[in-house]
Design a protein around this ligand. Structure first.
Ligand code: RBF
Length: 158
């Protein structure tokens, strides 16, 4: 699981299906916008790199990561999408809030995946500090947004 052992933007391009006929929904949280903006940038660029056309990438924002579950649920009810990606960044603070938000989002997205027919890809960075989030959103450990795009294409094909 340790991201130190896994560069988030490294993948075998041969194993990625063509995405030119696929339609994607992305829900992105507004909290920590420097991070979530970089995640979104990575996800969109990687989807397009594998053939997705910009008109078939639909982006919606929600106020914070906790709202990602609702946003994803609304998107899974739209039959037009082949996969939905959620993007958020939760950074540990001084109160237990971090744990509640992370658990809520994780459980909510898992439930959606078990109950809906459209795969929802989990792009939530849960880090102890801002630097760890930067490292994973285009920094030294790659970009979680790239990884989510590849997972979305593969799961859409699945
Ligand atoms: N949302 C995030 O996406 N990332 C955070 O790091 C984050 N930290 C929060 C810390 C506190 C103390 C509170 C009250 C909210 C935080 N939120 C964060 C917002 C949360 O996901 C949600 O938008 C709000 O709780 C409203 O439902």
């Amino acid at each position: 699981m340790a991201t130190e052992l896994h560069h988030l933007s490294d993948y075998d391009a041969q194993s990625v299906p063509d995405a030119s006929n696929m339609c994607f929904g992305i829900v992105v949280a507004e909290w920590n916008p420097e991070i979530t903006g970089a995640l979104l940038d990575g996800a969109v660029k990687t989807l397009e790199k594998h053939g997705a056309i910009p008109e078939n990438i639909h982006i919606k924002t929600v106020p914070g990561s906790f709202e990602l579950v609702y946003g994803a649920q609304m998107m899974t009810k739209n039959d037009g999408f082949d996969a939905v990606i959620i993007l958020g960044s939760v950074i540990r603070g001084e109160t237990p809030h971090f744990d509640y938000i992370c658990q809520g989002v994780t459980y909510g997205i898992a439930r959606l995946n078990a109950s809906q027919n459209i795969p929802v890809i989990y792009g939530l960075l849960t880090t102890d500090d801002l630097q760890q989030a930067k490292d994973r959103s285009g920094g030294k450990l790659g970009n979680k947004g790239d990884e989510c795009a590849i997972d979305a294409i593969k799961m859409a094909k699945f």
